[in-house]
Design a protein around this ligand. Structure first.
Ligand code: NAP
Length: 245
C-alpha cells in the first residue's frame, strides 16, 4: 500500500471510514470523500489524528458535474489513483407497490451509475500505469434479495455483473476488479432497525453477531494487496455465514 494513491468514496462514516483508516495505516495516500463540507472536515480531522497521508474532498457520485469537479481537483494535486474503492452507497427502502419513482432512481443513480462514473474516470490512469485495483462494496442482498429493497438489490446485483464484465475487459492491463458483499454491518445504515429486528437478524447469523466496519476493511486490504494479485472478477462474501443459513 506504501505510497499508492487510494481513492475511497464515502470515507466520512461507517465502512468507508474503516477502509480509509486501515489502508492509510498501511502507508497509502488516501483520497477520502464525503457529500458535505462537514464530512470533509471530519475525514481531515481523523487523518490528522491517525497520521494518515492524503486529503478529503466533496463528492456526489450521483452527479456528473460533481464527479468532474472532484477529479479536476484531485488530478491537480495527486497522482492518478492506483486503487479505487467504490464504497459510497445509499438505501431508500420501500415495498415495490409503494416505491416512489424517486426512491428507485436515487438508489440506481447513486449505487450503480455512480459506480460507472467513478470507475470509468479512474480507469484511464490505471490503464496508463498498467496496474490497478478496483474494489466495489456490494451487499449480500445482491444474492439473497430482501423485502423492501428491490431498488437496492438491483443496484448491487448490477454492481456484481459490472465487476465480472470489467474484470474480463481490463485483465490484460494488469488491473483486477473484485467486489465484497458484506452482510449485516454495524453502521448508520443499520442503526435505525429496532432492537427486535436486530436480534432476529443476529439469530440467523452463524457467528451470532453483526459485522464491524473493520471486518470489511480487512477484506478490502486483502484484495488490494499483492497477495490477491491473481484474483479478479470475484465476489467475496463477508457476512458471518448469514448467506448460507
Ligand atoms: P453509511 O454509514 O450510511 O455511509 C455511507 C457513506 O457513503 C457516507 O460516507 C456518505 O457520505 C457516502 N455517500 C452517500 N451518498 C453519496 C453520494 N451520492 N456520493 C458520494 N458519497 C455518498 O453506509 P455504510 O453502512 O458504511 O455502507 C457503505 C457501503 O457498504 C454501501 O455501499 C452499502 O451499500 C454497503 N453495505 C453496507 C451494509 C451494512 O450493513 N451497513 C451491508 C452491505 C453493504 P456522507 O457522510 O457525506 O453522507
Amino acid at each position: 500500500m506504501k505510497g499508492k494513491t487510494i481513492l475511497v468514496t464515502g470515507a466520512s462514516r461507517g465502512i468507508g471510514q474503516a477502509i480509509a483508516s486501515d489502508l492509510g495505516a498501511a502507508g497509502g495516500i488516501i483520497i477520502g470523500t464525503a457529500t458535505t463540507e462537514k464530512g470533509v472536515q471530519c475525514i481531515e480531522q481523523q487523518f490528522a489524528e491517525k497520521k494518515i497521508q492524503g486529503a478529503a474532498f466533496c463528492l456526489d457520485i450521483a452527479d456528473d458535474q460533481s464527479v468532474n469537479d472532484f477529479f479536476s481537483q484531485v488530478n491537480a494535486q495527486y497522482e492518478a489513483p492506483q486503487i479505487l474503492i467504490n464504497n459510497a452507497g445509499i438505501t431508500r427502502d420501500n415495498l415495490l407497490l409503494r416505491m416512489k419513482s424517486q426512491e428507485w432512481t436515487d438508489v440506481i443513480n447513486t449505487n450503480l451509475s455512480g459506480l460507472y462514473r467513478m470507475t470509468k474516470t479512474c480507469l484511464k490512469g490505471m490503464t496508463k500505469a498498467r496496474w490497478g485495483r478496483i474494489i466495489n462494496i456490494s451487499s449480500v442482498i445482491a444474492s439473497s434479495g430482501n423485502i423492501g429493497q428491490a431498488n437496492y438489490a438491483s443496484s448491487k446485483a448490477g454492481m456484481e455483473g459490472f465487476t465480472r464484465s470489467l474484470a474480463m475487459e481490463i485483465g490484460i492491463r494488469n488491473i483486477t476488479v473484485n467486489a465484497i458483499a458484506p452482510g449485516f454491518i454495524e453502521t448508520d445504515m443499520t442503526r435505525d432497525l429496532s432492537e427486535e429486528n436486530k436480534a432476529r437478524a443476529i439469530m440467523n447469523i452463524p457467528l451470532k453477531r453483526m459485522g464491524s466496519p473493520e471486518d470489511i476493511a480487512a477484506a478490502v486490504h486483502f484484495l488490494a494487496s499483492d497477495a490477491a494479485a491473481y484474483i479478479t472478477g470475484e465476489i467475496l462474501h463477508v457476512n458471518g455465514g448469514l448467506y448460507m443459513s
